[in-house]
Design a protein around this ligand. Sequence first.
Ligand code: SIN
Length: 476
Amino acid sequence: MQTKLVIGGERRDGSEGDTVDVLNPANGELVATVAAGSVDDMLAACDVASEAQKSWAATAPRVRAELLRGCYQVMIDNADALADIIVAEHGKPKADALGEIAYGAEFFRWNSEEAVRLQGTVGMNPAGNARMIVHHPPVGVVLMVTPWNFPAAMITRKIAPALAAGNACVIKPAKETPLTALALADLFENEVGLPAGLVNMVTTKSASKPVAAAMDHNAIRMVSFTGSTEVGRILLQQASGRVLKTAMELGGNAPFIVFADADLDAAVEGALAAKMRHSAETCTAANRFFVEESVMDEFGEKLAAAMGAMKVGDGTAEGTQVGPLINQDAVDNVDRLVTAAVAGGATALSGGSPMDGPGFFYPPTVLAGVSPANPITSEEIFGPVAPLIGFSDEDDMIAMANDTEMGLIGYVFTEDLAKGLRVSEQIQAGIIGLNRGVASDPAAPFGGMKQSGVGREGASEGIYEFCETQYIATNW
Ligand code: SIN
């Protein structure tokens, strides 16, 4: 297993000798000890990225595209081994880990196709005496700070469009899950032939100083972050120091709306996907279920039966559908929210308290009769708990659904498409799943409104996030 920093073509120990222990959340055992970088290591990565970026930006888009296509293929060819690493360090079931590799690889395939289609414009000025040329050069070197919930896909979602546009990357992977990131960097350099210095990986013990130092480095022109809104706010403040470009994929508090006319079995299936995908540790996870009163009992029973029947366990075990949470703090946080909800009058229809160790397990839990004012409706749960809130009036429900500072995604289930579209358009979120429990797709714009983020990843516009816009005024 690759456990060193990746700086240029080198595999290094941290210059101060620091390390990070990666634990398996299913049993608390040590998976590997990984080199942790210092401020100097981070600055060294920025230096080599700056050098590598110059020739990469001058490389023909077709050549860049072929290399990115190679990154897609190498992930597919090594899917099983990469998924095993994800399961060991994150804990998610093997099937979810394989799904993540396919999803993560797709960002390369999509952006290999976009690399040769980066377009500008040429137009006449309004006065009719000059031409206006607009094109999109790469930003330069991009600092990327990535989360532990998708150890592969949240990295490829950023580096694929960044590389396609001609940038180099300095990545700080999450210290809980650096092994997948390091394995990917090795595959891209050693198997695909991606030039050294384009994908640098600096795991750190504590992020704040190395990340702040990188943001002060002359070469860094952009910071791209996926993680909590709390950390995103800090990075946005730091980015203001050198007026860096920012792309922020932050927290969510997704409403999942079930109208009485919905196909309830389809809604339960959608709820399982929206809530439980990747062990319920996603920003897109349904966080609040608004269910029309007349179908509340039936939906609650069906959902509790389905969630209660899910097999919880070690992600390597055959048939596991829900893995452990990432660590004990995550279990304690879920427990705190569930305890407060029950104290506020909610009833657990399934689950409701942490499971015995070893490992950091919490059972799939459905809570009926949750008060809209309870903290569980305003905090991101990031665990397998579905709080149900009844509604009888559409406008009141929409007001409750929008009563949050977050706006990443919402889900609407109804058989009435006109109503579904009407409600979707009123939900303040960057993404809506209309009769769909999973909306994420590399070909679609992913990102939030309000405090859920800045910018969009994926789709055709995703590559432009990693570009500047230059206008050349000319007399032709
Ligand atoms: C996330 O949880 O941050 C991303 C989820 C997704 O890409 O579907």
